[in-house]
Design a protein around this ligand. Structure first.
Ligand code: G3H
Length: 528
């Protein structure tokens, strides 16, 4: 039995049967097959998943229609959007973000129900996304100002800008269904590409309130939104070979499967944020209070369902006992509850099969010699499994090898710092690391090595993506291309320029082009 006590403003008063989809600027009505959307959060005291609504279950036909619309809007480089003046594209984006802001409450409520994210984190996801869009607009203005000039080398003038790549297929993850999807979609759109976007497997209904904003803010065909399974919708689009960029945040299996469908791999640009197994390395002189705080946030924020989560802890054997004791106590003191409850840190898992998967990892580790250090570790409720701290973990255990993406924390000890360094070098992943310690003589050479194994070394701090102005990327199977407010604009564009030899004909022609303002590309106007 679960006591629900749902505040009136967060109750599900009516289900959302999401029938609309956006193709070629038209909000079409779907009358085909649909899939029901359930939340693992119960609305009744007797536990039962809550029906939130339904979404279209589209297939190849609609997927190809969306692709056709995106191709038409790009129109072989002639389309209104890719040739538009930068300030006009910015105006469209400003209109969109204004409309989006009016949907905050609806989207925050759906984030809580669809993916179980706590109220403050759901609000943060929304606000961070709005800020990301506004920052992107500012950065693009700067990019444009920097390009509003001519340079001359060896008698050749050049007017260099960044141009769009073509058609972008955008697929986001369920843990940040708004923020990370938009971290791909927004820079792709603003740089002049045309897009097809399919929401993640959870966190789909929360796109519903934004369909009209997309439709009315951008020219037709620039943003096309379809719903359905990746295999049914994304695969047929890739098979055509007409997608120029695959932008995906998710796991490398889906990314590989999709990129392999593309018949001309050399023509496909990849912007990928994939899985990771970020380690925490705790040196013998680490400040334990701070380390425990950061490891709690790093391993268990949003129940560990973050690509940047700390997924394995290496603690020096001299302090392992003390760290383990304090850490276990803190994990069991965390508050579990529904997302809107005051002070909750652990919330229901949106994937119904996740508790069973985590249980498998626990069973496997125990069979191979690990213990659960915390009293509540592994306790099941209808939609949750309490984070188990597993110790001592070894390399044969599944929890060491697999990205758990959920509430279970493997701990290993080390004597020699080469042990975690070797493991990181052998790992398939290379996103971030957290290093805890004070002695600069120990830390300095470690930093110099770690920066070559991952792409962000967090000193006495948990791993995280933000602030979004910092580069978000990884090595090996963890990422391809770099995201950040600034880097994403680069990832979704290519340098392209007009060059001319210095002679009177060219000087006169270019002067006329500038004066007449007939070209949208050749321009030295400043956007303020
Ligand atoms: O799922 C991976 C996310 O990029 C993590 O982002 O560090 O902001 O939670 P975050």
């Amino acid at each position: 039995m679960v006591k629900t006590n749902i505040p009136a403003e967060y109750e599900i008063k009516e289900v959302i049967h999401q029938k609309q989809y956006l193709i070629n600027g038209e909000l079409k009505t779907w009358d085909g097959k649909t899939s029901e959307v359930y939340s693992t959060i119960s609305s009744t005291d007797e536990y039962a998943p809550t029906l939130l609504g339904s979404i279209p279950d589209m297939e190849e036909k609609e997927a190809l229609e969306a692709l056709g619309a995106a191709l038409k809007a790009f129109d072989k480089g002639k389309g209104a959007w890719p040739t538009m003046r930068v300030n006009e594209r910015i105006e469209c984006m400003e209109l969109f973000v204004k409309k989006m802001q009016s949907k905050r409450e609806e989207i925050v409520k759906l984030l809580m129900w669809e993916i179980g994210k706590s109220l403050p984190d759901s609000q943060k996801e929304f606000d961070r996304t709005v800020e990301y869009i506004n920052d992107t607009i500012e950065d693009y203005k700067q990019l444009d100002r920097d390009a509003a000039k001519f340079e001359k080398n060896d008698g050749v003038y050049a007017h260099i800008r960044r141009g769009p790549l073509g058609v972008v297929l955008c697929l986001g993850p369920y843990n940040y269904p708004l923020n990370e999807t938009f971290a791909l979609l927004i820079p792709a759109i603003i740089m002049g590409n045309t897009t097809i976007f399919k929401p993640a497997k959870h966190g789909v209904l929360l796109i519903t309130p934004l369909l009209e904003a997309f439709q009315s803010s951008f020219p037709k065909g620039v943003v096309n939104i379809v719903f359905g399974r990746g295999r049914a919708v994304a695969a047929p689009i890739m098979k055509t070979g007409k997608v120029d960029v695959l932008a995906l945040i998710g796991n490398s299996k889906s990314a590989n499967a999709l990129q392999n469908q593309h018949p001309k791999s050399n023509r496909l640009r990849l912007v990928l944020g994939l899985e990771a197994k970020n380690p925490a390395i705790i040196l013998p002189d680490a400040d334990l209070d701070l380390t425990v705080d950061e490891c709690i946030a790093g391993t268990l924020s949003f129940n560990g369902q973050r690509c940047t989560a700390l997924k394995v802890i290496y603690v020096h054997e001299d302090i392992a006992e003390e760290f383990n004791k304090r850490f276990a106590k803190r994990v069991d003191a965390l508050k579990f509850g529904n997302p809107w409850e005051e002070g909750v840190k652990l919330t229901p898992l949106p994937e119904p099969g996740k508790p069973a998967y985590i249980q498998e990892l626990i069973d496997d580790a125990r069979e191979k010699g690990a213990r659960i250090l915390n009293k509540k570790g592994g306790q099941h409720s209808e939609n949750y499994i309490w984070p188990a701290i597993l110790y001592p973990v070894n390399k044969d255990m599944r929890v060491y090898k697999e990205e758990q993406f959920g509430p279970v924390v493997p701990i290993l000890t080390f004597k020699d710092i080469e042990e975690p360094l070797d493991d990181m070098a052998e790992s398939n992943y290379g996103q971030q690391v957290s290093l805890f310690g004070k002695d600069v003589y120990a830390i300095a050479p470690l930093i110099d090595t770690l920066v070559n194994l991952v792409c962000r070394v967090n000193l006495n701090s948990s791993c995280q993506r933000g602030p979004d102005v910092y580069p978000f990327t990884g090595r090996k199977d963890s990422a391809q291309a770099t995201l950040s407010v600034h880097d994403a604009l680069r990832s979704f564009s290519v340098r392209t320029f007009v060059a001319f030899k210095d002679n009177s004909l060219n000087t006169e022609t270019v002067e006329q082009l500038l004066e007449s303002k007939l070209s949208n590309f050749i321009s030295t106007d400043y956007i303020l």
